[in-house]
Write a protein that binds this ligand. Structure first.
Ligand code: FES
Length: 142
């Protein structure tokens, strides 16, 4: 039911942890399952030089975030913003239909971290990053 890539990233997640002096931190959650994703980025000259994530989430959330960090590390913010959850799922060789929502956490937490990065520069992130439903339904911290 899960592909080899999913199992690999779940068993050996890449880029797990925190960046103490991160340039941007994004936290998003899914109100339905209660899972939370936190993403840390370091940015130099518009390039994401380092990225780490921490999650209280399911295996699919771990696998999608792990591969998503690999797909944005060393890339520009512009490229990272284009990374859709669909592309992440494709890179994993697919996810069961009822697990697709888990990959959304990966995409949204990256966008939230980039939004935080812009806010710290005094730049309004909304026109660049768009609206991020931080906690769908607003219950994820409950
Ligand atoms: Fe909540 Fe996967 S079940 S993120």
């Amino acid at each position: 039911m899960y592909t080899e890539q999913v199992m690999d990233h779940f068993a050996h997640p890449r880029n797990v942890g925190e960046i103490p002096d991160a340039d941007g931190i994004g936290e998003v959650g899914n109100a339905v399952c209660g899972d939370i994703m936190k993403m840390y980025i370091k940015v130099d000259n518009d390039v994401i030089t380092d990225v780490k994530f921490k999650t209280y989430g399911c295996g699919s959330a771990i696998a999608t975030s792990s591969i998503a960090t690999e797909m944005i590390k060393g890339h520009t913010i512009e490229e990272a913003l284009k990374l859709s959850n669909k592309a992440v799922v494709e890179a994993l060789g697919g996810l069961p239909a009822h697990k697709i929502h888990c990959s959304v956490l990966a995409e949204q937490s990256i966008k939230a971290a980039i939004a935080d990065y812009y806010k710290r520069q005094g730049i309004d992130p909304t026109p660049i990053v768009g609206e991020i439903p931080e906690c769908e339904g607003g219950h994820c911290h409950a």
